[in-house]
Design a protein around this ligand. Structure first.
Ligand SMILES: [Zn+2]
Length: 237
């Protein structure tokens, strides 16, 4: 489900924050070490955007090898915490830093990192440069996910650096597109409920009639919509 693989980002100067060191895969980890050497940079910390193994699997070993802290939401990061960046201060940015933004939905522990001065958002699996983002209950929460998308849209990022796929240049447009898509799907689910469909499986089988191979994942996505509608009192079952 990782498309072309997981993106690992370095942010900083001679010292870098490493975002999402990727899976427990020797080749990926050796690439990180080689890239640090090429850049003649040292690591300052390893941060994971969420606990899925394609983002975090290699993190403990890498943090240990580089002898730097491993940071994630709740351990010890919280919403609006900042990580200082090793960049020269200026009148525009006296304290260059990344701000931690708790963005649950894909997982409860999901965070994005906001670099305010260039308006760049490191978005983990909030959105994807390629492929789709899965919201799979119980860890996936559609209500929280839509709230997180809206919160990131309100920042009006100049670009998004996703966990998978290429950099997203027209960030607000993509965030709006994600919101629109989910709300259209929700309306479709509501319409089918009104027509007498009662289960996630039946609804998904109707929506994905032409893609039987996607049915299992689609059923879980529909279940995420049903949970949101239940929470809002718009579906009772
Ligand atoms: Zn993920």
């Amino acid at each position: 489900m990782t498309g072309p693989g997981t993106n690992t980002y370095f942010v900083g100067g001679q010292k870098v924050v490493i975002i999402d060191p990727g899976p427990a895969d020797d080749a990926h980890q050796e690439n990180i070490i080689a890239a640090l050497q090429t850049l003649q940079a040292a690591a300052q910390a390893v941060v994971i955007t969420h606990s899925h193994p394609d983002h975090s699997g290699g993190a403990p070993a890498l943090a240990h090898r580089l002898d730097v802290p491993l940071l994630s939401f709740g351990h010890p990061l919280h919403h609006n915490d900042t990580l200082p960046l090793d960049l020269p201060p200026s009148s525009f940015r006296p304290h260059p830093s990344l701000t931690i933004l708790h963005t649950p939905g894909h997982t409860p522990d999901h965070l994005c990192l906001w670099w305010a001065e260039p308006r760049l958002l490191f978005a983990g699996d909030l959105v994807a440069g390629q492929g789709t983002v899965l919201i799979i209950p119980p860890e996936g929460d559609m209500t929280a996910y839509l709230d997180s998308l809206r919160a990131m849209l309100a920042l009006s990022p100049q670009a998004i650096l996703p966990g998978h796929g290429p950099v997203i240049a027209d960030a607000p447009a993509l965030l709006q597109q994600y919101l629109d898509h989910r709300l259209q799907r929700e309306q479709q689910v509501l319409d089918l409920l009104a027509q007498g469909y009662t289960t996630a499986t039946a609804i998904a089988a109707h929506i994905y009639a032409d893609r039987p191979e996607a049915l299992e994942i689609a059923t879980l996505q529909v279940e995420a919509h049903l949970q949101k509608l239940r929470k809002e009192g718009r579906f009772v079952s």
